[in-house]
Design a protein around this ligand. Sequence first.
Ligand SMILES: [Zn+2]
Length: 147
Amino acid sequence: MRTVNLSAGDIIEAVCTRCRSILNHTIVAMVGERVVRVECNTCHGVHNYRDKVEKKTPARGETVRRTASAPRKPGKGQGAEDRKEWESLSPAMDRTRAIPYDMEGSYCVNDLVAHPVFGLGVVKTVIKPNKIEVLFEQGKKLLRCKL
Ligand SMILES: [Zn+2]
């Protein structure tokens, strides 16, 4: 129950039908304890009092967007296996032994490669004539090289 005693002339917050927002209104008419008519202090329009509780009607043109796509899961399958392998190899990696990656370089299996983008990696496979498969922290990458 409302305990505040309101009377005509008082200021009350109400939904203005013209301004379409909650604004201060001056009470114009009351029936008993109930406010029936108010005057908008902004547009000075007089209208029936509507409680602030407005029905939730989404603005036209605004569609309620629900992202249907599930949150992206961290790579499973091959990616996860690469990651596991990387984690088991990583502690043994001697960064000082890493060879800076160079397209013109030549590499052997188990060589450590320092790539400017992917970081430290281990040569897993040498693919003739001119490619190496390197395991980096983010997975296996195929890189060019000179054998
Ligand atoms: Zn108004």
